[in-house]
Design a protein around this ligand. Sequence first.
Ligand code: HEC
Ligand code: HEC
Length: 269
Amino acid sequence: MNRITAGRRHPLARYAVLLFALTLLGGVYTLTAPGNQSADAAIASGKVDDVAEGKKLFEKTCSSCHGPQAQGTENGPTLVGVGAAAVDFQVSSGRMPAANPGAQAPRKPLAPWVTPKRIDQLAAYVQSLGGGPTVPSKEQVDPALGNEAKGGELFRANCISCHNWVGAGGALTEGKYAPNLNEASPTQIYAAMVTGPQAMPVFNDSIITPEQKRDMIAYIVGVREQKDPGGFGLGRIGPVTEGLVAWIVGIGGMALAAIWITAKRRQAK
Ligand code: HEC
Ligand code: HEC
């Protein structure tokens, strides 16, 4: 009898194997568990056409990078023609005012002065400079009015190359990344499509109609609220990880059973 067989017969061997299997399972779960699923409330956007107030705010908080007439400086692009939707998206998600010029501005908590009313004022000012996409109405972005199944198809066709199957996000080249979509409000999702922030392409109304955009919003919001029926989310990337877990747990279970059977028989002799 060699050393390995002796080890297997040790009374503690069974527990050691069990412990190993549990650790493995735990490790696999932590690696694949989905991230924070919190969804922020939709940003109320009552239309306030106050270009003059917006101009004042702009000069105070934005002109250092975008220039006094939003014509652009070396620290920020021109905002003439980007439209109210771009301002609403950038400011309501905390990307603007940017903390430092250059890098992809990340989503961040809003400064206390950033209220829906002030966002509207800034947006109205920028809109007055050269037009561009406007902020969508509440009805245009209401997930309850969209068709989730159709939206899912469009999402898979247009967005998953960067944002992953369920909008969990992913890395792009040159340190840029497509963020996860769990925090974006319906209005922000719409605005992201019509303005194409950073490395994201613009999906204008001739590529994806407003109605299709609403279907996609219904899908993105719906998938985020969906419970994981099997218990574990496994990162929701579908059959690949599920197969992997079935493989590890299944083979592990069979190995345990085999060890248990041989241990029993040897004891019986
Ligand atoms: C520290 C410099 C800085 C400040 C301050 C700043 N921005 Fe920006 N902004 C940038 C840079 C750089 C970009 C381009 C990179 C990006 O989008 O992340 C940008 C992009 C934008 C865009 C997107 C333009 C497009 O083509 O879609 C909007 C809209 C915008 N800023 C609005 C604002 C508003 C409104 C303020 C004031 C509340 C502001 N920014 C303050 C640097 C700044
Ligand atoms: C080429 C890659 C690419 C594709 C394709 C793409 N996106 Fe994006 N998306 C990005 C990047 C990069 C950002 C981050 C921009 C930034 O932070 O300024 C982003 C940001 C977003 C945001 C803002 C997320 C947040 O909460 O701050 C939303 C919403 C979004 N995309 C939706 C979509 C939808 C819907 C589609 C399909 C119609 C799509 N994207 C297709 C790259 C992409």
